[in-house]
Design a binder for this molecule. Sequence first.
Ligand SMILES: [Zn+2]
Length: 212
Amino acid sequence: MDRKRKSDDKGGDGRIPYGSYEVVVRSAEAIIRAIGDDPGRESMKKTPERFASAMFEILSGYSENPWEIVNGAIFEQEYSGVVMVNNLKFFSMCEHHLLPFFGVCSLAYIPNGKIIGLSKIPRLVKHFSSRFQVQERLTEQIGKFVESVLSPKGVAVYINSYHLCVAMRGARKEDVIMETMYFSGEFRGDVELKRIFLDKAKTTVNHFFDII
Ligand SMILES: [Zn+2]
């Protein structure tokens, strides 16, 4: 009864399709049972619901429109330099194993008469990472979306991340880091500009991993 009410609430908020929450709860129960544990034992009774809530929160990108995120935060501004935003930490889910990967992103662009409000960049990274992803596509989606919003002279994106599907299973390589980069426009042909961008980006990555 409690679960039914919760399911209706979740489905009724306009973000999670009606009934989806209940499907995820039932599926989590089935997985726990299939693995060999008992979803009915005392401390696991609420686990399927906790799992469903966590999944819909972690994967909230499916219920968001990135154009709404940037709405009202694009400004006309002449600026001939580079805008760079570092230390954009994110958490995502590998679409091959449904396990987390997480890390840090740096983004730079060269404006062409328009700039974007600073607070929108972390929200865009969060939006595109809050889906089932591969790091390659995540990197490109962030870069291409900024291109489509600002029509800048160039965009650069760097992502450095740690994949639990490589650390916990399969190869079991705990120290493997994956780096992906996307360059467009003036970044693509300018080796010096790329080098400055990557040097800066990698400096903040080291800082991030020192913290954890
Ligand atoms: Zn994986």
